[in-house]
Ligand binder design. Structure first.
Ligand code: ADP
Ligand code: MG
Length: 709
């Protein structure tokens, strides 16, 4: 038996074989996991065809007699055999072969062959067909082909899966959890569906199986979506039972909020006013807020965060603001200190700064300020959520560019929030959990919001501050970069600034990418009277800081950098963004980078330099991404296209993100099932809580935590 239950005893007895390890690596351990490892596609070995009836590209199984067989050397060593089935002849080719293959194909032998038929001008050929003796019984069902890896041969995997399926079907692992009257239309029973998908009979429509519209597939997708809706809804209900500090909206003229409002150098857009209002209402409730603020790059999310922080501070609680990179955190720090410090100082309050690269002495001083409550606002990188950080009374946590944090970091944050060691003066009653505001420039498409972010309230800033000029986007072949440098001269002379972004910092032989250092040198030579800075992630923090501040203050004309400037950097005087090897960047990354320009009144441009690949062309997805960039500047449209190009799993970045865990359902096509699951989840939690629990366990087991991240 290839896949025994992994008991401690059997593990000790002998080391795991390569395929056993591979099964383990794929998480295929329990019978239920094996049974849910469903075929990618099927091969039809139930019938024999004839060469005369076949067409180019067919997957054909046929029986024939070997007419010739020899090793030839054109163009490289290969075994070549010609067979005839009486209706036509076919040439078989094998580039890798064992001596026993020659034996199996001795002239005169009657063989059964299976493979993809190529019907060229020179007659039929088949590369590397499967060879068996003719006359063995035909398969009774379609042969499943499972998703696998190189270390795991299909035959081994198939045996393991079918063994697991049999055991799972004998147990109550797949007992029904959904009442028949609640099942979606046109779906089958669960056990029946599994049995069918692993052993489909020969007369079934392969089309329905392959596009997963078959009722058996529908059932599995429904199950999966329901599990995910149940776990989201459970999380939401659990959160609503928690207590949060009531951060009342105060209009006192001497309050931090009122003073900040009075100090702002601009009026809020209507969209900003609307989201500020949503957030203010949430903060004033005794239930922890769990809100996502989405708005395109440059839409002005920072000021919204500042106003929320002010409301929190007015209520006597601390606020933490966390950003994914040090540079971004620093920008927030500079901006918020500018707005808030003069207001906080007279109250004896401070803004603290926390980051991984900080000196111990400074860090200890900051930690003390956070613990004593003297720091009303704490800004930093994920250092803010590290173990040592103890808040006196954390009332609100704000995460900027939340999608840039990994799943693990997001989970750590949740943990930190629920453990928040909030000061005694506030904990006379139940423990208090802080409010949470997440911000993102990458909007979530509707289907994702319905499914993976069901436990999230969303506010959207759908309007840019006035006076912005749209960014013109141009594609330019890398071979024309000299012309570009010429054109930069006039921009620089007019006092404008330029970002030049490169994808890597070191030359890699495999990817012939021009590195930032080379580009920097090259630009220095071409533009000798311009100050040109270089910024990359391997530089010491202090150096990065120095370069960045020269650019922010406007002394530096060109900033050559790797993607460290990707998020949040705000230099309104920069009007040209050059992205080198744009074909290597993801769509939302390109859009984020482009958002660094067009922040002032000057007309701005984004130049996407591209280099053709080995074959003298761009890959299809690269071409689609670049086209999308030229065609639209709207972040929502970009997000939609990104989802289309990449699929939801990758869209969310982390492999283990919720959507990547959707194995069967497809958010682009299974909207009806998603709606069904969304309606059933509350009914099931209310009426059949035990079944709901069993259902979630079956599908998500220990993974349901990831869905909360
Ligand atoms: P993002 O949403 O990308 O984080 P920022 O908060 O960095 O955007 O805002 C971009 C720029 O727009 C900043 O310089 C900010 O001060 C400015 N800004 C924000 N709101 C307004 C407004 N209502 N009117 C004018 N400028 C604004
Ligand atoms: Mg921002």
């Amino acid at each position: 038996m290839p896949v025994d239950r992994p008991t401690a005893a059997s593990a000790e007895r002998k080391p795991l074989s390569v395929p056993q390890k591979a099964l383990r690596k794929m998480g295929l351990l329990r019978p239920i996991d094996l049974a849910l490892h469903l075929p990618l596609r099927y091969e039809d070995e139930t019938r024999l065809g004839r060469l005369a009836d076949a067409r180019d590209g067919d997957l054909l199984q046929f029986e024939a007699v070997v007419q010739s067989c020899q090793v030839v050397f054109k163009p490289r060593r290969q075994l070549q055999a010609v067979v005839s089935d009486g209706t036509d002849i076919c040439t078989l080719r094998f580039f890798n072969f064992y001596p026993n293959m020659q034996k199996a194909l001795e002239v005169g032998r009657h063989v059964r062959l299976r493979g993809e038929l190529r019907g060229g001008f020179m007659g039929y050929t088949m590369m590397h067909p499967t060879v068996q003796a003719a006359g063995v019984p035909l398969a009774a069902a379609l042969t499943p082909v499972y998703p696998s890896t190189a270390e795991l041969p299909q035959a081994y995997l198939r045996k393991a899966v079918l063994g697991g399926l049999a055991r799972a079907l004998q147990s109550d692992a797949f007992a029904e959890t959904i009442a028949p009257e609640h099942l979606p239309p046109r779906t089958w029973g669960l056990r029946e569906s599994l049995q069918f998908l692993h052993h489909p009979p020969p007369d079934v429509s392969l089309g329905e199986l392959e596009d997963r519209s078959h009722p058996a597939w529908q059932r599995l997708k429904a199950e999966e979506l329901l599990a995910q809706q149940l776990s989201q809804l459970k999380a939401k209900r659990e959160r609503q039972l928690l207590n949060a500090p009531v951060l009342a909206h105060s209009v006192r003229a001497e309050g931090v909020l009122a003073q900040l409002q009075a100090r702002l150098p601009f009026a809020l857009t209507r969209a900003q006013q609307r989201v500020v209002h949503d957030i203010a209402n949430d903060l004033a409730r005794a239930v922890p807020m769990h809100r996502l603020l989405q708005g395109d790059v440059g839409s002005g999310k920072t000021v919204v965060a500042a106003l929320a922080a002010a409301q929190c501070i007015d209520a006597g609680w601390q606020c933490a603001l966390m950003a994914p990179t040090e540079i971004l955190a620093e920008q927030h720090f500079a901006k918020l200190v500018g707005w808030l410090a003069p207001v906080l100082q007279p109250l004896g309050l401070q803004v603290a700064w926390l980051t991984g690269s900080q000196k111990k002495k400074e860090r200890d001083a900051m930690l003390a300020m956070v613990a004593s409550g003297q720091a009303a606002l704490v800004i930093g990188t994920h250092a803010v959520i590290q173990d040592k950080v103890r808040f006196k009374s954390l009332g609100l946590a704000i995460i900027d560019e939340q999608h840039r944090f990994g799943v693990a970091q997001r989970l750590a944050l949740r943990q930190k929030l629920s453990d928040a060691d909030n000061g005694e003066e506030h904990t006379d009653s139940a423990p208090q959990e802080p409010h949470l505001l997440m911000m993102s420039a990458t909007p979530i498409p509707r289907t994702l919001a319905m499914s993976y972010y069901a436990d999230l309230d969303v506010s959207t800033i759908d309007e840019l501050p006035p006076g912005r000029t749209p960014v013109v986007t141009k594609l330019l072949a890398d071979t024309r970069r000299d012309e570009l440098v010429e054109r930069m001269r006039s921009q620089l002379q007019a006092g404008r600034q330029v970002y030049w972004v490169c994808p890597l910092i070191e030359e890699s032989e495999a990817l012939d990418l021009r590195n930032a250092t080379d580009t920097h040198e090259q630009l220095c030579r071409a533009l000798p009277d311009v100050m040109i800075g270089l910024l990359h992630s391997r530089m010491p923090q202090a150096e990065k800081k120095a370069v960045m501040s020269l650019f922010v203050q406007g002394q530096m004309g060109v900033l050559v950098s790797t993607t460290v400037i990707e998020v949040g950097v705000d230099v309104p005087n920069a009007s040209l963004m050059v992205i080198e090897h744009a074909e290597r960047f993801g769509l939302s990354q390109l859009h984020q980078l482009r958002g660094r320009v067009g922040r002032g009144a000057a007309a701005s441009a984004c130049v996407l330099l591209y280099a053709l690949g080995e074959h003298g062309r761009l890959s299809d997805t690269a071409r689609e991404r670049l086209r999308a960039m030229v065609e639209t500047g709207d972040g929502f449209e970009i997000a939609r296209r990104d989802l289309e190009i990449r699929g939801p799993g990758e869209f969310l970045g982390a492999r283990q993100s919720g959507a990547a865990m959707l194995r069967f359902a497809d958010l682009a096509t299974d909207i009806e099932l998603l709606k069904w699951a969304q309606q059933l989840a509350p009914v099931m939690l209310d009426q059949y809580p035990d079944r709901a629990e069993r259902h979630v366990q079956r599908w998500l087991g220990g993974k349901s935590d990831f869905l909360k991240a």
